[in-house]
Design a protein around this ligand. Structure first.
Ligand code: AMP
Length: 207
């Protein structure tokens, strides 16, 4: 978990690789539906463009369909879910026969840093890898270094919507953070540190 721009997407796929499990991002699932112009994608886009949460029923269905697949039975990493109390209750209930989630990793950083990262972010259309215009931008004509996919700026990464998304996270998702803190599953990681340090701290927190 973490606010938009905290680096949770990059870190979730990194940690999943190290643990040899799959990771999934609710935002990426919605964007993939949007690209394919499915009914769900068209619906989700109306919320995402405004920086609002997609309704719980839709977010829960898309993630639970992914979670219950037999190939995920040895574990998985969730990125960007749960974001509301209802989503957390549903997830806890679904996983209760496995003892619930193992760990909730919270990455946070100061707001100015979050906004700087979001407004300078470029994402790969194909593999969702992210870059920042200030540093690790591919010199290869704005193509993704991992898969050569096209880099683009997400429509919700402009400063107005980015700030709204951070505010919504602070308002709506803090009760989910508190819930996992109370049941002793939460580990907090400073997301303002260099990416490698964050990755190392996350792995330690899991192990
Ligand atoms: P992200 O890619 O994590 O920044 O998410 C992009 C957008 O997808 C968010 O601003 C929401 O509109 C939507 N979204 C992602 N995850 C959820 C969720 N768990 N519940 C509701 N909406 C979500």
């Amino acid at each position: 978990m973490g606010p938009p721009g905290s680096g949770k997407g990059t870190q979730a796929s990194g940690i999943a690789k190290k643990l040899n499990v799959e990771s999934v991002s609710t935002g990426d699932l919605f964007r993939s539906h949007q690209t394919r112009q499915t009914e769900l994608g068209i619906l989700a886009a109306t919320y995402m463009e405004r920086g609002e949460y997609v309704p719980d029923a839709v977010a829960i269905k898309i993630i639970m369909d992914w979670v219950v697949h037999p190939k995920r039975s040895k574990g998985f990493v969730l990125d960007g879910f749960p974001r509301t109390k209802t989503q957390a209750e549903t997830l806890d209930k679904e996983l209760c026969r496995y003892g619930g989630v193992d760990r909730v990793l919270l990455i946070d950083a100061p707001e100015v840093e979050l906004v700087r990262r979001l407004t300078g972010r470029l994402s790969c259309k194909d593999c969702q890898a992210t870059y920042h215009v200030d540093h690790n931008l591919s010199s290869n004509n704005r193509k993704c270094e991992k898969c050569e996919g096209r880099l683009y700026r997400r429509s919700d990464d402009n400063s107005i919507v980015a700030k709204k998304r951070i505010q919504l996270y602070r308002k709506e998702t803090s009760s989910v953070v508190e819930h996992y803190r109370e049941i002793g599953k939460l580990k907090e990681i400073n997301g303002a540190e260099p990416m490698d340090t964050v990755a190392k701290n996350l792995l330690e927190a899991v192990e």
